[in-house]
Ligand binder design. Structure first.
Ligand SMILES: Cc1ncc(COP(=O)(O)O)c(C=O)c1O
Length: 391
């Protein structure tokens, strides 16, 4: 009998916590009301929605009125950037700063904003995908109104010191947004003690349901809405509120709070074991994750094409065939494997970039699985890798 595949792709998504499924259940059926209705059913739904908002706000150390539900990290990023950009234009500001290694939900929103008259600076990153503080300082202009830099990079795990970057922005009266989809509830973050104005989070990375996220908007920060309709979410986002998913999101946050520091340490131990195993047995590896400045749930490697040639497409297919579910950050467009923009931003050649593997660990990852995963990678590379002198 074929054994169950090993899932090391928790940064892509997570299984929904059974407690989350249980908490959501009644809000699909018995308590199905529209949170905007004034009758008993509506009031019941509204109460659950507001309780959920409070749980998420408390986790971030902010007040509930600063949390707006969205359909996920993508919408939170779109709303933060487009909403803030449209609002800042009224103050004569039209320049935005971000980095070359951000998630597509930020980069493509910035590209869209360029088509409607904003100018965007895409900052260079260091070899781990992080922006150096002086790179940001050099990029500020008179008309800069918004900076967006992610908390942890979703491909490499690299952490940005958002307190420091936020400070640099606040001293200049510039809004600071951070995409915290990969760190929310995993790294303690009391947003009010950080100079962050806008922060994006998502439920399905933390054992919650897909299709719900939230955007923190600091009190007093003006953003224009991008979803027009009813007056839901205090006029910030039209559309009937998704109460069952909001309840599930809050339950997922509670589940993450139970794991705490101990779970972080366990995942760090697994990540370190994986690094050790790979270093010992694979030749020509680039460690694209800095273990001292990254979220412990992500580890990214690639194969140096001057030492070992590894075909990206064959790599993914062979790992999957051998029972290992991982990601490489590349997008398959028009039948060809495009190298990840993050891998290129950290200076890799397209060939090295295509050979990247992202391992990401979570609640159900075991030490045994790490050992088995290393063995699978070693076997697959022995089969499909070609030492550079033979290329
Ligand atoms: C850093 C980051 N931002 C945004 C997103 C998009 O979030 P969602 O899938 O909830 O739209 C992801 C998901 O992979 C992510 O990793």
């Amino acid at each position: 009998m074929k054994s169950k595949p090993i899932y090391l792709d928790y940064s892509a998504t997570t299984p929904v916590d059974p407690a989350v499924v249980e908490a959501m259940g009644p809000y699909f059926t018995g308590f199905f009301g529209n949170a905007s209705s004034v009758h008993a059913h509506g009031r019941k739904a509204k109460a659950a929605l507001e309780r959920s908002r409070e749980i998420i706000a408390t986790e971030l150390g902010v007040v509930p009125g600063e949390i707006f539900f969205t359909s996920g990290g993508t919408e939170s990023n779109n709303t933060a950037l487009t909403g803030a950009a449209q609002a800042m234009r009224k103050n004569g500001k039209s320049h935005i700063i971000t980095s070359k290694a951000e998630h597509h939900a930020v980069l493509e929103t910035c590209e869209y904003l360029e088509t409607i008259g904003f100018s965007v600076t895409y900052l260079d990153v260091n070899r781990y995908g992080g922006v150096e503080p002086d790179t940001l300082e050099w990029a500020f202009r008179e008309d800069t109104g918004l900076v967006s830099l992610m908390h942890a990079n979703n491909e490499l795990g690299t952490l940005h010191d958002i307190g420091l970057f936020g400070d640099l922005c606040r001293h200049r009266g510039i809004l600071f947004h951070s995409d915290a989809v990969q760190t929310f509830t995993k790294i303690p973050m009391q947003t009010h003690s950080f100079p962050v104005d806008l922060l994006s989070v998502s439920a399905h990375k933390i054992y919650g349901p897909k299709g719900i996220g939230a955007l923190y908007v600091r009190n007093g920060v003006e953003i224009e809405r991008i979803l027009h309709g009813g007056g839901q979410e205090r006029g910030r986002r039209g559309g009937t509120e998704n109460v069952p998913l909001a309840v599930g999101f809050a339950e997922a946050v509670k589940g993450m709070q139970q794991g705490g520091e101990q779970e972080r340490m366990r995942i760090r131990m697994l990540r370190d074991k994986m690094i050790e195993g790979l270093k010992e047995s694979c030749h020509g590896i680039h460690m694209n994750t800095d273990p001292d400045n990254s979220i412990e749930s992500i580890l990214n490697i690639s194969f140096d094409d001057t030492i070992m040639s590894v075909d990206g497409e064959a790599l993914l297919m062979s790992l999957d065939g051998a029972g290992l579910c991982v990601s490489n950050g590349s997008a398959c467009t028009s039948g060809s494997l495009e190298p990840s923009h993050v891998q290129l931003a950290i200076g890799h050649t397209p060939a090295t970039a295509r050979s990247a593997i992202r391992f990401s660990f979570g609640r159900y990852t075991t030490e045994e699985e790490i050992g088995l995963a290393v063995d699978i990678v070693v076997k697959v590379i022995a089969k499909i890798g070609r030492p550079a002198e033979n290329v």
